[in-house]
Design a protein. Sequence first.
Length: 308
Amino acid sequence: MNPYLLSLVLGVVEGLTEFLPVSSTAHLRITEALLGHFTGQVNILEDSYWKMYSIVIQLGAILCLPIYFRSRIIKFLKTFPTGERGDRTVLTHPLTLVIVAFVVTAIPAFLLTKIIGKNLESLKVMGSALLIGGIVMWAIDHFFGWTSTADGTPASGRPILATTPTVERMKPWQAVWIGAAQILSAVFPGTSRSMSTIAAGQVAGMSRPSALEFSFFLSMPTMIVATGYDFLKTVILKKHAPGETLAPVHMDSQRWIILAIGFVVSFLVAWGVVAWFMNWVRSRGFTPFAIYRIIVGIAVLVWAFKGA
């Protein structure tokens, strides 16, 4: 398959799935496996360049968030540390809570790098994570999912613990809990970073929109650091420790162009997805995505166990 066309396809897949709770990593690897299988390019999954590519183009999707949420980010910066209503402190302001959740995720994820890399090669792990995550997501959204009215009271759903209608009212323990849940998505690709953080937020009493918004905010430092680190290590420094799956990559002009195509396409597609997803969640919830995960998870497991 033409590498430029392949980059275009993978960029679209990344942009479509990065922020939906269906796992962009799993969809990229599954797409690569399918394309490699049907075109005879079975080395796509093993090629060091495409491994790096699949990680780095996620940064393209992530970079649409600071632009899309620029007014919210500016408001947070202007109201730090007391908050818009004057009831926040340095320890409870939303910006601080994002950093707290990021640190809770980053340290264990860094220590588990080898395990994470090994699981990235397994379609069985991804299929299982998609399936189990879909079931868990449906149950959590059914019992904990809710939206709020202007005064913060539940407007829909059947919340068991409805306490946080907006990100501005979050508590430190909720940030710690969401950061811990995000570790699952790093260790088990297919879990989905957005699914784990959104579901964790709902269990902690957050409304659907507030859980989704905090998931978006948390993804910025998490993914920028993670993708930047892998890019620096494989392309710039060209370091490779024993047992690591990401090997140094030699870049030429063609490879830079291919990477740029995936990066730009994922950015543009993700921008549209974020706007649509925010509106969808406010009125419909996450059940359709849970059903989709279950169907895809079963299909991937069947394919993987047949020796794909």
